[in-house]
Design a protein around this ligand. Structure first.
Ligand code: UDP
Length: 246
C-alpha cells in the first residue's frame, strides 16, 4: 500500500481485498482507529478546512470512494489503481466479519433506517453480531450518552454514516474515548444497506457513472455534482503550478 497526497489529502493506493484484510487486523488490536472514504467534494472541502485535513491525516485507511478522486489524482500525475466505494468496502468487510462472528454497531441515517439495515445485514451475513444501532440525528447534548452506549456495546466495527465532513470530524474527535475495534465513515451506506436508497446498476457503476445515477434518483444532489468541475480546475491549477505532493 502506498499513501498518495492528492490536493494535500492522503489517499491509499490499495485493493479492496487488502483494505479488508488490514481492517480485520487492526480491528483485533482494538485501538479505535478509523477509515475514511474521500470523494472529490471531500478534497474540495478539505482545501479550506484544517480540521478536516487533520481528521484525514489521522485516518488508518483512506479509500478513494469515487471516480472523481481517481480523475483528480491522474491530473496530478498520481495514479490510483481502483476506486473503492464505501458501500463495497462495507459489504466486503461485513461478509468477512460474519465468517468470524464479529460485531457491528450502525450509527447514522434517519430514524429507523439503521435498524432496518441491521436486520438486512444480519440475514445477508450469517454469523455477524449486531451490537447496536442509532439514528444519526440526535441533539448535541446527547453525544456523551451515545458514546457510553457504544462503549457498553463494545463493537468490533462502528459504521458512522453522518455525511461528510461531519462523520470524519466526529470520528477524529471521539476516537480517543471510544472502546471499539475500528470505525469507518461511510456516507450513505446505511441507507443502501437498509434498502432505503438503491445503488446504480452495475453497468453504470463500472462505467464510473454512479454519481449520475444518484442525481437521477435525487435531483437535489445536482448542486453537489456541480462542485466536481471546480475540483478539476483546482487540480489543473495545482498541476500547472507544479504543486504536486507524492
Ligand atoms: N446524516 C445523519 N446525520 C446528520 C447528517 C446526515 O445521519 O446530521 C446521514 C443522512 O441521513 C444520510 C448520510 O448521513 O444517511 C449521508 O448520506 P449521503 O448520501 O449524503 O452521503 P455521501 O455518501 O454522499 O457522502
Amino acid at each position: 500500500m502506498k499513501r498518495l497526497h492528492v490536493l494535500g489529502i492522503g489517499i491509499d493506493r490499495i485493493s479492496l481485498d487488502e483494505a479488508v484484510e488490514r481492517s480485520l487486523d487492526v480491528m483485533d488490536k482494538r485501538e479505535s482507529r478509523y477509515v475514511i472514504t474521500p470523494n472529490s467534494e471531500f478534497l474540495l472541502c478539505a482545501l479550506k478546512s484544517p480540521g478536516l485535513c487533520s481528521a484525514a491525516d489521522s485516518a488508518f485507511l483512506s479509500l478513494p470512494d469515487s471516480v472523481g478522486v481517481l480523475l483528480v489524482a491522474s491530473i496530478l500525475g498520481l495514479p490510483l489503481n481502483e476506486k473503492i466505494p464505501g458501500v463495497d468496502f462495507a459489504e466486503a468487510l461485513l461478509e468477512k466479519m460474519g465468517q468470524r462472528g464479529k460485531s457491528v454497531f450502525l450509527l447514522g441515517a434517519k430514524k429507523g433506517i439503521a435498524e432496518k439495515a441491521a436486520d438486512k445485514v444480519s440475514i445477508k451475513y450469517p454469523g455477524l453480531v449486531i451490537a447496536g444501532t442509532s439514528s444519526g440525528y440526535y441533539p448535541p447534548h446527547d453525544e456523551d450518552k451515545l458514546i457510553e452506549r457504544i462503549n457498553a456495546a463494545s463493537p468490533d466495527l462502528l459504521i458512522v454514516c453522518l455525511g461528510s465532513p461531519k462523520q470524519e470530524l466526529w470520528m477524529h474527535k471521539n476516537a480517543a474515548r471510544l472502546h471499539i475495534g475500528l470505525m469507518a465513515g461511510l456516507g450513505g451506506t446505511i441507507d443502501v444497506l437498509a434498502g432505503a436508497v438503491d445503488r446504480a446498476p452495475l453497468k453504470w457503476r463500472e462505467a464510473g457513472f454512479e454519481w449520475l445515477y444518484r442525481v437521477y434518483r435525487e435531483p437535489k444532489r445536482i448542486l453537489r455534482v456541480l462542485r466536481i468541475p471546480l475540483v478539476i480546475l483546482v487540480s489543473l491549477w495545482y498541476r500547472i503550478g507544479g504543486k504536486i505532493y507524492e
